[in-house]
Design a protein. Sequence first.
Length: 148
Amino acid sequence: MEHDLVTAERYHDISCGHRVVGHEGKCANFHGHNYRIHFTCQAYRAHKLDAVGRVIDFSAIKHRLCMWLEDEWDHKMLLWETDHALERMKLLNPGGIVVVPFNPTAENMAIYLLKNIRPDRLHGTGVDLVRVRVEETRKCSATAERAR
């Protein structure tokens, strides 16, 4: 059966804080968001669905990708490893700080999830993560997508 390219998408909601180092406005301050993060998966071989007719079971996306967000970023503060406030914040909130190798903008969060989390979490599934969209608010989002 011939069909167009098919993807499977699942989103997950988390709450976490950050600040954007070097921002010109309010986002330079510590603040938080209720993020909605969308994961879009595609089979390695275009047009290849499993025997049931799926790219991947939605529960597999939940367990492999969404639960990583839940465990690693939910209800935590994401701070860039070069942030001058990092050490003080670690003293104030031990265990609640996640040190990241990027300035935690929505764009950088999407890129990080696509490039760094994808290979480990989807290994052996025959599926690739091809797009991550990070909604910081209902009106504002950033998307990272693998070149095809």
